[in-house]
Design a protein around this ligand. Structure first.
Ligand code: HAM
Length: 428
């Protein structure tokens, strides 16, 4: 068939859009509870906004082209650089800490697979102008409360937390050099997916000896805050480096969210700009990709030529979340639900039916009726097919008495209801 959507792009049929709207509404509701304000930016941006700071992986996935004015442009693959630019431009005037959220559609030319498309919507929640680890805990709590609002608990999802400052301190303390840190981060990032000998080979290419390579794997295997703090206790500057992570984990426990949290140093994150605590949210079976990922990016605003503001945030995509909700979330988040279907007994009843339908709609009641003349049986069939809970039958005899018949389409019971009562209070 002609005219299909491009690979990795979605048509949203009403059921799919109902799920999307339910996701967006829940995102907005939790963001509101946390005192975040909504913003947006342009979907098309100057290419250079991404080429320097986002990191190689995302740059390779850009939808980039030259516009008719000869400008190099790209569809936004993420929101963080746009946010950094917007805040940077008005930083003096904005009251700190800035707590903003957005739900942009993003575009990445990726290989299409489960949970990974070429466009997706992503909730972004960010705090700018706050260096305290309570801000890190605040954002992780918001991400977890979104999961809870969808009915998911610690048996369904876990947040895996790490801190690039911790990784850095541990690696330097175990003999890895500054110049080798990037390679060591990459090996730790891939340590759950790639075979150990392949990773060891890559580390050797970067000049890491056996002792340092072993240290990289030992660090990657650390699980839980206590194990990480113990390891930090054995290297220079370790205690200081572990403090933000310790405080953020403590704050989450104080909020009663401790059961969701797993300290796990294999969370490095692909994007280049992260500087501190980083985290990802996964389904506990880890059968899906990360639902959400984020962290602290204290250097990005300055690097983009703006002010020097600490910043942190996360992105939560609608694709993986949608998969998760289809598996375990609350069922049936259907779109529009009809309150009633109106039925005209004869041609004479059509005009009074239209009047009644319009009055009900004015009062916020969702009603429908057949758009062409049909016998009552056909109209009742249509009412059932549209999922209406009741039919309102407008006929000459009842009309003469100022009434209609309301039939419960599930139970089959009927009652005569005065039209005035129907309009004024039956549905509320
Ligand atoms: P990210 O890890 O690239 O982070 O994306 C965050 C989330 O968006 C992922 O966990 C995933 O659920 C979803 N996502 C990403 N790419 C795709 C895709 N191709 N198809 C479907 N879903 C996808 C960022 O983008 C950071 N800018 C987030 C952030 C905000 N960091 C700080 N503030």
């Amino acid at each position: 068939m002609q005219g299909q959507a491009l690979p990795g792009f979605r048509d949203f049929y009403p059921d799919e859009l109902a799920l999307r709207n339910y996701i967006f509404a829940t995102w907005r509701e939790v963001a509101r509870r946390y005192g975040f304000h909504e913003y947006d930016g342009p979907p098309l941006e100057p290419l250079e906004l991404y080429t320097d700071k986002s990191g190689e992986e995302i740059v390779q996935q850009l939808y980039a082209f030259e516009d008719k004015g000869g400008r190099k442009v790209a569809l936004r693959p993420e929101m963080t650089p746009t946010l950094a630019r917007m805040v940077g431009a008005h930083a003096q005037a904005l009251k700190k800490p800035i707590r903003w959220f957005s739900i942009p559609q993003l575009f990445r030319y990726e290989r299409q697979q489960r949970g990974r498309l070429r466009e997706h919507f992503q909730l972004n929640m960010d705090i700018l102008g706050e260096a305290s680890p309570l801000a890190d805990a605040e954002l992780i709590a918001a991400a977890l409360d979104i999961m809870r609002a969808f009915g998911l608990g610690p048996r369904d999802v876990q947040v895996r937390m790490s801190d690039r400052r911790v990784l850095r301190t541990l690696l330097l303390g175990r003999g890895v050099s500054e110049g080798q840190l990037g390679a060591a981060f990459a090996a730790i990032d891939k340590s759950e997916r790639d075979p150990k000998d392949v990773l060891a080979g890559k580390l050797r290419e970067w000049g890491l000896g056996k002792r340092e390579t072993d240290a990289v794997f030992e660090i990657a295997a650390l699980r839980g805050l206590d194990a990480v703090l113990t390891a930090l206790g054995k290297v220079a500057g370790g205690e200081e480096a572990g403090e933000p992570l310790r405080q953020a984990v403590g704050a989450l426990a104080a909020m009663g969210l401790g059961e969701f949290v797993a300290v796990d140093l294999t969370i490095v994150r692909g994007l280049a700009y992260y500087t501190g605590i980083v985290f990802e949210l996964f389904d506990t079976g880890k059968s899906l990709r990360a639902v959400c990922g984020g962290g602290r990016y204290d250097g990005l605003l300055k690097a983009l030529g703006g002010v020097d503001l600490p910043a942190l945030g996360f992105g939560m995509g609608d694709v993986v979340l949608g998969e998760l909700l289809k598996e375990r979330g609350p069922a049936d988040q259907a779109s529009t639900k009809l309150d009633a279907f109106l039925i005209a007994v004869s041609g004479e009843d059509v005009a009074p039916l239209l009047k009644l339908a319009h009055e009900l709609r004015d009062r916020g009641v969702a009603v429908e009726y057949g758009l062409r003349p049909a016998v009552i049986r056909k109209q009742l069939e249509l009412a059932a097919a549209r999922g209406a809970p009741r039919a309102i039958i407008v006929g000459p005899d009842e009309r003469a008495a100022g009434e209609v018949v309301v039939r419960d389409l599930k139970a089959g019971a009927e009652e005569r209801v005065p039209i005035a009562k129907l309009v004024q209070g039956f549905f509320h």
